[in-house]
Ligand binder design. Structure first.
Ligand SMILES: C[S@@+](CC[C@H](N)C(=O)[O-])C[C@H]1O[C@@H](n2cnc3c(N)ncnc32)[C@H](O)[C@@H]1O
Length: 210
């Protein structure tokens, strides 16, 4: 499948009906989601025939893209039942086969234990930690612990040095795959502008095979 074709298909993904700021619910655009998953698939071979998890799956666009690109298994995790309901509806409409799991990934609930050793790749557009400080790093660390091989994540470019340092500490490689612009439309009451572009890094973490 061509990149443009994937992007065009993903345009039909419904987004949060009533986004919740406490969970930093900002949907990834079809443009970004297609590029993230297409690159993970075609450049790194981390999607097709791989079991793919999606941390903070929201309305499911990253899981849906993984599924369309031939993931052998897809599962999304999110804290919000309303988001999961939309993701499930999207998945039904796209006729994709994805499990969605309701869980707070920042807590040790034991839910992830059942996925230990079974997810090759984890993709995520996590909350950036502006409302819930540090949650981005908590989710990233958990994803790296859980994934068998690679983690793809979006983070504010301003946090790059900190993340690189942490990756070293955690014993994984961290590569800036692309610098992107995350378009935040006017979604919440406190937003004053029609839309704002945030500079984000699309990062790839790889664990050494032991
Ligand atoms: C920036 S949105 C991205 C949503 C979706 N992945 C996408 O790309 O459109 C972040 C998502 O993380 C979820 N989230 C926030 N805190 C969470 C937590 N502690 N555990 C699990 N999910 C969380 C939110 O509900 C939201 O769906």
């Amino acid at each position: 499948m061509k990149l443009k074709e994937l992007e065009s298909i993903l345009q039909d993904c419904e987004v949060f009906a009533e986004p919740k700021i406490q969970y930093e619910q900002y949907p990834t655009t079809a443009h970004l989601a297609a590029r993230m998953l297409y690159t993970a698939d075609t450049v790194y071979d981390d999607i097709e025939d791989k079991a793919v998890g999606d941390f903070g799956s929201g309305c499911g666009i990253l899981s849906i893209a993984a599924n369309i690109l031939g993931a052998s298994y897809s599962v999304g995790f999110d804290i919000d039942q309303d988001a999961i309901a939309i993701a499930q509806e999207n998945s039904d409409n796209f006729e994709t086969d994805i499990d969605f799991v309701l869980t707070d990934l920042s807590l040790d609930t034991g839910v992830l234990d059942r996925y230990k050793g079974s997810l090759d790749t984890i993709v995520m557009n996590p909350p950036f930690g502006t409302k819930n400080k540090g949650v981005d790093m908590v989710l990233l660390k958990k994803a790296i612990e859980l994934a068998n091989h690679a983690v793809y994540s979006l983070h504010k470019t301003s946090t790059r040095d900190h993340i690189m340092k942490k990756a070293k500490e955690w014993g994984v490689t961290c590569e800036v795959v692309a610098e992107m612009k995350f378009d935040v439309p006017m979604m919440y009451k406190f937003h004053k502008k029609k839309s704002v572009d945030i500079a984000v890094d699309f990062l790839r973490f790889e664990k050494s095979d032991v």
